[in-house]
Design a protein. Structure first.
Length: 131
């Protein structure tokens, strides 16, 4: 969370900031790939909180992450850069797309670097919401 704040602090454009957040996420997952593969296995389905022992701190970090993304989408809508779509839905959708790409391609090991997926996500997601 602190890494995202630090690396995006100087970016003013909300869409560029969102793209940078996706890049940071993929880079962090690449750096800690084995840990996250275990985490994905362990945290599937309902009961994540009980099974994985996810504490309030981690849940709050995730909520803050989604709130930041929602705020950036709201700014982009307000500035007329993207279609008028519910910013919370956009935040959840982007998070879902990136998480599924990560899990799918990490298991297949068809992509040597997860960062190679970022331009694909940008093409699919960000071009679809532009005005």
């Amino acid at each position: 969370h602190q890494r995202v704040k630090k690396e995006t602090a100087k970016i003013k454009d909300p869409l560029e900031k969102l793209k940078k957040i996706v890049k940071i996420k993929f880079r962090m997952l690449e750096e800690h790939r084995n840990f996250f593969m275990v985490f994905f296995d362990f945290s599937k389905g309902p009961g994540l909180k009980a099974r994985a022992g996810v504490d309030k701190y981690v849940i709050n970090l995730y909520r803050e992450h989604l709130a930041l993304m929602e705020q950036l989408f709201e700014q982009a809508v307000w500035e007329g850069k993207i279609k008028k779509i519910d910013p919370k839905c956009l935040a959840v959708a982007l998070e879902g797309i990136s998480n599924n790409f990560i899990e799918h391609f990490s298991r297949l090991k068809k992509i040597s670097r997860l960062g190679e997926l970022v331009p694909v996500i940008e093409e699919i997601f960000f071009k679809g919401i532009l005005t």
